[in-house]
Design a protein. Structure first.
Length: 241
């Protein structure tokens, strides 16, 4: 694809050039669906600048790739904040589902930021923001005692479950997944959420399978007949919530 050569930036226009480079890189990612298409040469051509001009703003391809992928993370934070309302356990379920939808809507960015080995020291920015938002949602559940334990440890378990689900969906698109991916995500969220709520209340040694099954049947029947209904137990709200 050809691109008209950009007129050289005047003094003080470096920020504008950097934004044009990022937009060009973002377009390449969106059109190709793969980070492999994002080379400094291809980005420079799309932006109408020389390759050395790209190096003035980004040390290498990896720096450019990470920066352009992080641009969608503002949307990630907004998504969490919008779902943190009402009952804490239901809010946690909404956040988990929104997390999955976000990842599947931005598979290239998610793969780059969350599915590759970290290259530098410390926690990568995207991962740090993910766990921070998850801890906030879990901490609200600990306050009302629907979850018990350290919010960071609980959040790591829940995050691992949702991340595992979306990572498989992104990395293995040819696998015969159920046609209704929302139903699969709902199931994973409910398993993780309710399982976490039960875990800290279970004894270290469980009874035999038959006894445990009877106890769980009774537990489920009592909750289904309660004023909150089964949706509160399952972190479930109407589809699309």
């Amino acid at each position: 694809m050809t691109s008209m050569r950009r007129v050289r930036a005047r003094r003080g226009e470096g920020g504008l050039l950097r934004e044009e480079i990022l937009r060009a890189a973002e377009d390449l990612l969106t059109e190709s669906g793969s980070e492999d298409a994002l080379t400094l040469r291809a980005v420079a051509q799309r932006a109408g600048v020389s390759t050395p001009s790209v190096y003035l703003h980004f040390a290498d391809r990896e720096a450019l790739l990470e920066t352009v992928c992080l641009r969608v993370w503002d949307e990630f934070g907004r998504m969490f904040r919008e779902n943190l309302t009402g009952d804490p356990f239901l809010a946690l379920g909404r956040c988990a589902r929104a997390y999955a939808r976000f990842a599947l809507a931005h598979p290239v960015q998610y793969r780059v930021l969350m599915m590759r080995p970290a290259t530098g020291q410390g926690v990568p920015p995207a991962a740090a923001e993910c766990i921070r938002h998850m801890v906030d949602a879990v901490a609200a559940c600990v306050v009302v005692r629907v979850l018990e334990g350290d919010p960071e440890e609980l959040a790591l378990g829940l995050w691992s479950a949702v991340h595992g689900c979306v990572s498989l969906l992104i990395a293995q698109p040819s696998f015969p997944w159920p046609e209704d991916r929302e139903a699969l995500i709902d199931r994973v969220v409910r398993i993780a959420g309710v399982g976490t709520a039960l875990l800290t209340r279970l004894p270290d040694t469980l009874p035999p399978s038959g006894v445990l099954a009877d106890e769980l049947d009774g537990f489920g029947a009592r909750l289904a007949g309660g004023p909150a209904g089964s949706s509160a137990v399952g972190m479930e709200e109407p589809r699309g919530a």
